[in-house]
Ligand binder design. Structure first.
Ligand SMILES: Nc1ncnc2c1ncn2[C@@H]1O[C@H](COP(=O)(O)OP(=O)(O)OP(=O)(O)O)[C@@H](O)[C@H]1O
Length: 366
């Protein structure tokens, strides 16, 4: 007999919320199993926090259902109140109780006998490395320490699901990556199902098992970070994760001609406007040899000449902007380490064909 998979910890089906006649959350469906971190990623105003609020039960959807461990907790008529949903919450401002000690803050949502409560608080204090701050008050702690108290408090009652709304945005930029990594390790240890809302692609890439990319109330793409970065559904999805260059062209006989050679664009009618999208790190640069550039290759197509407009050192890499001879377009190339050619220097660019994304210009998603 085959073992049956448990239902997902959290499942939402066709969730919708309308404000002032506008669908702010529009047909959103997803599921999160135990131990998985899912990031709801998107620009400001796309409906991330509203989705979280519906799941938390502080707002009610107009359409759709929410399930925890396969049990319906809310549809448009039936609704389990927020405090009975076994859902933990953690927000940007941490919302610690200032008049309670660290241990009392962590114990706040715990039920049961006091020995069990004390044991759970002691366990979590150890896990978030705050044992020596047990009797301190929140105002005496650093931002990172306060974040760890908030995390411990949210996890203390062993919620089935933890909802996190921009939980790192109030922290010092230099600390954030370490705190993200520590938080992720603890979430995995506790085997929690996590829905984390963020507008930062870097954070989603670092934290998520699965990313739900949201735009205009809808999930436009979902998948592992690698897949979203390397196979975006449209130009806006590509541009959400990094700066991009866009070459424009028009389909003729299943090909799109550009200054970098022809691209195969099958399945598009003649005359369709095409965007060829390429990230700056996938441009190759070569020197100009008396007006000549490198030979074309199947991988990189035809080189095109440009002139350095400006070059900046950004730490790990240098960003060089070129004004291209073919039509004055500016293209940006990212080069590891220090590469700072002088403005006006002629150079040749090639684009890595295997790293280009081809989209019809209509429906660019922007
Ligand atoms: N109670 C409300 N009444 C009317 N409009 C609302 C309400 N709550 C949210 N909105 C609108 O819904 C849209 C989505 O808001 P939401 O807070 O979910 O976005 P978000 O993606 O979380 O953005 P941010 O990262 O800026 O918080 C916004 O245009 C917002 O103004």
């Amino acid at each position: 007999m085959s073992a049956q998979l448990p239902p997902p910890r959290l499942e939402v089906r066709a969730l919708g919320r309308v404000f002032d006649g506008r669908a702010v959350v529009d047909d959103v469906s997803f599921a999160i199993p135990a131990g998985q971190v899912t990031c709801l990623l998107g620009p400001s105003g796309c409906g991330k926090s509203t989705t979280l609020r519906l799941i938390a039960g502080v707002d009610m959807q107009d359409t759709g259902e929410i399930y925890v461990d396969g049990k319906l907790i809310c549809d448009t008529v039936f609704r389990i109140p927020p405090e009975q949903r076994a859902i933990g919450l953690m927000f940007q401002d941490f919302a610690l109780f200032p008049h309670l000690t660290v241990a009392e803050n962590i114990a706040f949502g715990l039920k049961g006998d006091s020995a069990a409560k004390r044991a759970r608080v002691t366990e979590l204090l150890g896990k978030v490395r705050l044992t020596r701050h047990r009797d301190s008050y929140p105002h005496g702690l650093s931002g990172g320490e306060q974040q760890r108290v908030a995390l411990a408090r949210a996890l203390a009652p062993r919620p089935r699901i933890l909802l996190m709304d921009e939980p790192f945005s109030g922290l010092d930029e230099r600390l954030r990556d370490d705190i993200r990594d520590e938080t992720l390790a603890l979430l995995k240890e506790e085997n929690t199902a996590v829905l984390l809302v963020t507008h930062e692609p870097h954070e989603a890439m670092r934290m998520a098992d699965e990313i739900l990319l949201m735009r205009g109330g809808k999930i436009v793409q979902r998948g592992a970070p690698y897949n979203l970065y390397n196979a975006p559904v449209d130009r806006a999805a590509a541009a959400f994760f990094s700066d991009v260059n866009v070459l424009k062209g028009q389909v003729k006989d299943a090909l799109t001609e550009t200054a970098f050679g022809d691209f195969l664009t099958p399945g598009h009618a003649d005359g369709t406007e095409i965007d060829i999208v390429i990230r700056p790190q996938h441009l190759k640069i070569d020197f100009d040899r008396a007006g000549r550039g490198p030979a074309p290759t199947p991988q990189d197509g035809t080189p095109a000449r440009g002139v350095v407009e400006r070059a900046r050192f950004l730490g790990r890499e240098s960003l060089v902007e070129f004004r291209m001879d073919f039509d004055g377009t500016i293209l940006r190339a990212s080069v590891p380490n220090v590469f700072l050619p002088k403005p006006g220097t002629p150079m040749w660019l090639m684009i890595r064909r295997d790293r280009c994304f081809v989209f019809p210009a209509k429906g660019a998603g922007a």
